[in-house]
Design a protein around this ligand. Structure first.
Ligand SMILES: Cc1ncc(COP(=O)(O)O)c(C=O)c1O
Length: 481
C-alpha cells in the first residue's frame, strides 16, 4: 500500500538550505552527509513530521548541488525511513521508527541523553525548599512583582562579583529566569534586524538561535581549542573594525563547548580592544563557578573588570545548583541596568519569588558546591579515561572546568555520527550545532554530567556508531556539483 500524503506544511529549498548550514564542509561523502544533516533536523524536531520537502531540482539549486547527489540523499533518507515519497505528490518527512536500520533498542538499557551538559539538583535543594516555604510568609503581603529580583538574592550575587574582583552593588544586578533569558533581554535591547553580533566559533547554540530569531547576524571569530592560543584577540579586533557589531557575546570561563578559559593577561588585552571600539560585550559566566582544579575566587577576575562600563555580565544558577530553578541574572552599570529593567516590561514582569528564596538559601551553603565540583572533577576524569580507552584516535584538551569535553575526531563525520548514535542509543550534539554556519564536522561535544558508568556505556555505544559511520560504503558517495 502506498503511503498517504500528509497535510503538513511545505519547506522551500532556500529555507532548507539555511537550516542545513554548510553541511558540505570537509565532506567526502556528499549524499550521506546531506542525508545525515536532514535526519538531524528531523530528530531535533526542526523538520516536523509531514513537512513536504522541496522538489529535487529546487533543492539542487538552493544547495548548489547536482540532482544526482540530491537523488542519492533522498534514496538514503527513504531507506532509513525519514522520508516518504509518492509519484506525483513529492516527498515529505516521515516517522523514522518503522524502517530505520540498526538496533533501535540497544542492549544494556534505554537511550542515553548525552546532549545536556547539566547536573541534577544540588544536594540540599529539598531542605532549601522547606526553609524557603517558611520565608515565603514574609512576602505574601506584597504584590509579588519584583522586576529586579529579591534584594537578599541580589545582595549575595553582588557580593560574589565583588569577591571575584569586580566591585558591584545590588543596584547593578537584575535577577532573570536563567542566563538564556538574560541574554535574550540584552539582545532585544542592543540589536535589531540586520545588526551584527560578534560570537566565538564554536559557541553556545541557543545564543546563536536567539541571534538568528532576532534577525540579527552572528559574526564568528574562531577559537583554537586544540592549541595554546584559545582566543584570537587580534581576530576580535579585526572583526570589531570590519563588521562593527552592535555587541560581542563571549564565554571566557570554561567556554561551552570547548571548556577553554581566558587568562588574566588575555582578559586585559581583550578588554582593551573592546573598550577602544566602544563595543558592548555580553560576558556569559554561566560556567564560571565550575572551576574543577582550584578555588573559583583565585581564578582570573571577570572580563568585565577590564572591559569598561559597556560590559554586561550574565550569570546562572543552572549549572551550579539546578536548571529547574530557572534563575539567572544580569550585572551591568546602573545606567545600562536601568535600561534593561525598562526593556524587560515588554517581555515579562519579574522572576518567581519562591524560587528566588530557594536559591538564596542554596547560595548560603558553599560546601554543597564544593562537593559538586569534586564530583564533577571525578566525572570529567572518568569520561576522559573512557574516551582514551574506547576511542583512542579522538583527541581533546582536558578542560580545567565547565561540563564538557570538546573532542576532535580523525574524520569529519560528526553529524552522521550523531544520527548513527541515536540508533545505537545515545543522543549527542554534533560539532555543527556549535558553528554559525554548521561545519565543525571533526568535532563533537561530550558532557561529563552523567554518572561514570552511564558515560562509559555512552562512549562504548559511540564507538560502535562511529565504526558503522566509518564503514559507510564509498558507493554512496556522489560528487558535489
Ligand atoms: C554558556 C551558556 N549560557 C547559557 C546557558 C543557559 O543557561 P540557563 O539555564 O541559565 O538559561 C547555558 C546552558 O547550557 C550555557 O552553557
Amino acid at each position: 500500500m502506498e503511503a498517504a500524503v500528509p497535510l503538513g506544511g511545505r519547506i522551500s529549498g532556500p529555507r532548507l538550505a539555511v537550516m542545513l548550514g554548510s553541511w558540505r564542509q570537509g565532506s567526502r561523502q556528499g549524499a550521506a552527509d546531506l542525508a545525515a544533516a536532514i535526519e538531524l533536523q528531523v530528530l531535533d524536531g526542526q523538520l516536523p513530521l509531514g513537512t513536504r520537502l522541496p522538489a529535487e531540482r529546487e533543492l539542487a539549486d538552493a544547495l548548489g548541488a547536482s540532482r544526482t547527489l540530491i537523488g542519492a540523499a533522498l534514496d538514503r533518507l527513504r531507506e532509513n525511513g525519514f522520508v516518504a515519497s509518492r509519484r506525483g505528490a513529492g516527498s515529505w518527512v516521515a516517522a523514522p521508527g518503522r524502517r530505520r536500520r540498526g538496533p533501535l533498542a540497544p542492549a544494556g538499557g534505554g537511550s542515553i541523553d548525552f546532549t545536556h551538559a547539566s547536573s541534577p539538583a544540588i544536594a540540599g535543594t529539598a531542605a532549601a525548599v522547606d526553609t524557603a516555604r517558611v520565608r515565603l510568609a514574609d512576602h505574601l503581603g506584597d504584590h509579588g512583582y519584583q522586576e529586579r529580583g529579591l534584594l537578599g538574592l541580589r545582595e549575595r550575587i553582588a557580593r560574589r562579583y565583588t569577591e571575584r574582583g569586580l566591585p558591584t552593588t545590588p543596584a547593578q544586578v537584575m535577577v532573570t529566569n536563567g542566563a538564556h533569558h538574560a541574554f535574550v533581554l540584552v539582545l532585544r535591547m542592543l540589536a535589531g534586524p540586520g545588526d551584527r553580533v560578534l560570537v566565538e566559533q564554536p559557541t553556545y547554540p541557543n545564543a546563536l538561535e536567539a541571534i538568528r530569531a532576532a534577525h540579527a547576524i552572528p559574526v564568528p571569530v574562531a577559537l583554537d581549542p586544540s592549541g595554546e592560543r584559545g582566543w584570537d584577540i587580534a581576530g576580535v579586533d579585526a572583526a570589531l573594525r570590519q563588521a562593527s557589531p552592535r555587541f560581542a557575546y563571549l564565554v571566557v570561563d570554561f567556554q561551552n563547548p570547548t571548556g577553554l578559559r581566558l587568562d588574566t593577561g588575555g582578559r586585559e588585552r581583550l578588554g582593551a580592544v573592546l573598550s577602544r571600539a566602544r563595543t558592548p560585550v555580553v560576558v556569559d559566566e554561566t560556567l564560571v563557578e565550575l572551576d574543577l582544579e582550584g578555588d573559583p575566587l583565585a581564578g582570573p577576575p571577570p572580563l568585565a573588570a577590564f572591559a569598561g562600563d559597556l560590559a554586561i555580565c550574565v550569570g546562572s544558577a543552572s549549572k551550579t545548583h539546578w536548571g529547574g530553578l530557572r534563575l539567572g541574572w544580569i550585572r551591568a552599570s546602573e545606567d545600562l541596568l536601568g535600561r534593561l529593567v525598562s526593556a524587560r516590561y515588554a517581555v515579562d514582569l519579574g522572576s518567581p519569588v519562591f524560587e528566588q528564596l530557594v536559591l538564596t538559601e542554596l547560595l548560603d551553603d558553599e560546601s554543597a558546591l564544593t562537593r559538586r565540583r569534586e564530583e564533577l572533577r571525578g566525572y570529567r576524569d572518568a569520561l576522559a579515561g573512557a574516551v582514551r580507552e574506547h576511542l583512542p584516535d579522538w583527541t581533546f584538551a582536558l578542560p580545567e572546568g565547565g561540563l564538557s569535553l570538546w573532542c576532535r575526531m580523525p574524520e569529519p563525520v560528526s553529524s552522521r555520527l550523531a544520527v548513527a548514535a541515536a540508533s545505537h542509543g545515545v543522543q549527542v550534539a554534533p560539532g555543527s550545532r556549535f558553528g554559525v554556519h554548521g561545519g565543525l564536522e571533526r568535532w563533537i561535544r561530550l558532557p561529563f554530567s552523567l554518572p561514570p558508568e552511564t558515560m562509559e556505556q555512552a562512549v562504548r555505544r559511540l564507538r560502535t556508531a562511529e565504526a558503522s559511520v566509518r564503514g559507510t560504503p564509498e558507493s554512496l558517495a556522489a560528487p558535489i556539483a
